[in-house]
Design a protein around this ligand. Sequence first.
Ligand code: NAP
Length: 312
Amino acid sequence: MQYHHTKVLIVGSGPAGYTAAVYASRAMLSPILIQGIEPGGQLTTTTEVENWPGDTEVQGPDLMVRMEAHAKAMGCEIIGDIVTKLEVNCRPFVATCDSGKKYTADAIILATGARAKWLGLPSEEKYKGFGVSACATCDGFFYRGQEITVIGGGNTAVEEALFLTNFASKVTLVHRRDELRAEKILQERLFKNPKIEPMWFNELNEVLGTESPMGVEAIRVKNTKTGQLSEIPCKGVFIAIGHAPATELVKDFLETHNGGYVKVQPGSTKTSIPGIFAAGDLTDHIYRQAVTSAGMGCMAALDAEKFIAEGQ
Ligand code: NAP
């Protein structure tokens, strides 16, 4: 087995990974970036991004194509593969990929991000891909002229509900409280949209549908105050209840906190293992923005550069 050695291996291809790639390339560290299962990360499943500085409005997937091109132009080698195993008790570290290729690295920058959370209901699982989805931009198109429900009250839920009005005849936003967590500007758009009806103090109890063909017909919701059950007819259910860090690769050997986020030393990207750095949604349970992830990617590259320069 031939090992490919690099000074800095970057795992993940969202704003944190690509920014780390730009900085590590400019520090002449010749980094290698392994993109992972979803090249470009969560922004590839969004539409308009209005809070990326310098762009009043940019499509999420376009922004990620530009970031990849930027990292490449600076000299980063970008590999379309998935890291399936990290060996961290040896120096250099060893990363094994899905393709069978192995990489050794003096320092590793983890930027594997986060992914959508599910409620964990059996009926949600049963109808996943048959009416239940966590990605409006991926699946919204299938529900032209249909009624849709969205579960959640954060930025994702409100953005998904707004986007789905491009296709749906009606969108019901089901939220467990009567106050949204989403930014005020998004809330304003939501309340102004005649196709969206919020349903407060309710949570999803069961997805109801047919077996053959497999498909959703309605959802049963439960009032969080009275316990009363009611049904909302719909062909699509979008679950938008937040995101969880993608830590499968490292959770057995890196310290985590706040429900599984990789712990870094305050004001740095140093994890509990010297030489392994973490940036972006994998480690950030508070801000979780593209721009803060990019900032952390920069910090991780600078931290890795210092670590290598000091010969640790
Ligand atoms: P979030 O802000 O954590 O919101 C999750 C929502 O789902 C909350 O309203 C929460 O209700 C609800 N929820 C959670 N668990 C639930 C359960 N078991 N049953 C019913 N409802 C449940 O998650 P997010 O909207 O995915 O956003 C994640 C991060 O990404 C945030 O920092 C957000 O600002 C950021 N983001 C930013 C943008 C943007 O800037 N344009 C777009 C998307 C996401 P409660 O409110 O009652 O807790």
